[in-house]
Design a protein around this ligand. Sequence first.
Ligand SMILES: Cc1ncc(C[n+]2csc(CCOP(=O)(O)OP(=O)(O)O)c2C)c(N)n1
Ligand SMILES: [Mg+2]
Length: 770
Amino acid sequence: MLKPVTTDIEALKILDDRLRWLSAWTIHHANHIRESADGLKVGGHQASCASMSAIMAALYFHALGPNDRVAVKPHAGPLLHAIHYLLGSQSREALENFRGFGGAQSYPSRTKDRIPVDFSTGSVGLGVAITLFASLVQDYLSAHGWMDDVDRGRFVALIGDAELDEGNIYEAIIEGAKHDVRNLWWIVDYNRQSLDATSADRMFERFDEIFRSCGWRVAEVRYGKRLRAALDANPKLKSWFERLPNAELSALHYQGGAAWRARIEEEVGKAAGTFLKDYNDAALASLFTDLGGHCMETLVEAFDAAQDDVPTFFIVWTIKGFGLPFAGHKDNHAGLMNPTQLAALRQTMGVREGEEWEPLEGVGDNARTGVEALVERTRISRKKRTRAFGSVTVRALPAPAGEEQSTQAAFGRILLDLSKTGGELADRIVTTSPDVTVSTNLGAWVNQRGLFRRTEVADVFAKAKIASAQKWGANNNGQHIELGIAESNLFLMLAAAGLSGDLFGQRLFPIGTLYDPFIARGLDSLNYACYQDARFLLVATPSGITLGPEGGAHQSINPPLIALGQPGLRHYEPAFADELAAMMEEAFRLIDDPNGESTYLRLSTRSIRQVERENDRWRDGAIAGGYWLHEPEPNAEAAIVAMGAVMPEALAAWEELRADVPGLGLLAVTSPDLLHRGWTTAQAGRWRGEHSPSHVEQLLSQLSPNAGLVTIADAAPASLSWLGGVLGQRVAPLGVEKFGQTGSLADLYAAYRLDGAAITEAVAELLLPA
Ligand SMILES: Cc1ncc(C[n+]2csc(CCOP(=O)(O)OP(=O)(O)O)c2C)c(N)n1
Ligand SMILES: [Mg+2]
């Protein structure tokens, strides 16, 4: 680990003040000074920033090295911008436009902010956990020889104490313990206040135990130097202080010196000795605010003492709104200072009116040189890191042979073939799965490429010569990261591995597999991964009621709708193995393309007869979202539109109906998501005077304008029913709207109207004269 640089405590204290001022001023400016075009409240969190300005000053201007990465508590975003403003990497203009269009974002954003943001935050808990997975990715890259030791860093999460109620944090530390995770600092801004109120008492002793039992070092940073000395000299007073409930402590911080005096007189009385005589009210208030998180010496010592790679959980006591008029008030979360209060703060901070944006305003000449030197010496990166794209050639993936195949089996075979053929893409793939590696068909790949562990783990069953299809030894060359059953962790792992090119300059091709219905379990983490533009391939399998005897609790209904509404994630749902191979190739290409995105494949265990292809024309259509499996005759009056595992029913119905319905077409939809996007993009283009029709418009305009479409998918019918809106054609949507149940395919398809009879009836109804 890097040795800490020489510290200038005085300069750090000044920087703490500057950060507290600039964050408060940035928020004030956006709310009270910048013109409001719409009258909407702008907002911002002055109290949440004031709470951790010292922690962030000590971190950024002292403890952090150039390779360290930080997830900043969302509501401390203005502090991060203020830090970069002092470093010269954030503009005054962006701060003046805080929470405005194109300005500094309310919560740190990797993609939207111009400063280097290592991890976006906003949905509390997720920014915390992603640091753990990023640390695992760093270990993975080192173990595979893609990272030099000098480039390694530490992963830091700055955490609001209420954030610790989010369960995903505990899922993550359990997973981290299994993988012997290291190089983590999680720093809790323990201000004992959440959004609504003061936090529950005593829970902190439990957090302490939880973290220790997962292998963490717990460092409590409770007292500043002055307060510790005063209380150590007065054990009775100390024991009284330590028993104060959170709400009382906050109230006293808000009320100030006279209130402290009255309470101590009343509750400690003579036992406090001469203590109260030594302090006037102001000094008393100041003494009791000297918690660890506001004492620079204490913070620097705490960070300097944790320079090894043991994951460390810092509980840093602070006061929410420290130094502001609403310090400690339970309602201060979104509290904003009024202009009078702000003017008072400006005076205490020594800021001249009109000079509010001056980075080192109020810093005297003597101190200025030291502060400037410290800012200059700061080791963190001022620039956004360049993202590594286009580094790996993605070659054509051949489709697995076989007259009958399921897309899930084909997925396993494509990966197995890739593994055997080898090459850079195969070497850069990292697979991961929350305890469904075998049942999602990754087993053969794992047999070839092995499990990843920093330290070798023998396959006990193989050593004992017990027959098993899974040969699961683990070592540091392995390419599969096995996770416990916690889907949120899967998405955070994919997010971290999917940012590998950005965070470490090394492209990985992460593939995660899970059961389709359990996407919902980790949905916010998935959204979080996409929001940061992490790149990965998500393979959800099996899906739909096509699961048959496996039953209702495992049958998915709405993931195609989720995908339809999820930016940054492209949904493909293949029916045939050759489509799947084309989609996987495309997904890999998209991972490594600056303008790409992540891909979600919805697969099935249903083995179906493959189609014979006369040429390759289907391929471009399949990648664009759909193609005619049976071309309609010009101006045909009807088409069957089908997606995925129910294609055999659609094909059979087409065969049966084509004699009666002249020119009947069969459209294979491979991505409702892409078709919809293309449609809305083309509409937006028309407003701009561009006139190229979208893929879906081209496909459907081969039919009569009055044609009827029977849409069918083993999913919510709304996944495809919108197609009628494209050209105003009529639609009879078939799909699943109720929870599934166990049964044979024939039973289930009949009960849920996914069979040939349902298609025939629907076509007949559409064609009947009105
Ligand atoms: C998942 C999620 N749920 C709810 C919120 C709304 N929210 C924002 S901050 C917050 C609690 C703030 O308390 P704490 O974490 O202690 O932060 P601090 O006191 O430092 O502001 C809540 C509930 C959110 N941002 N994310
Ligand atoms: Mg809090």
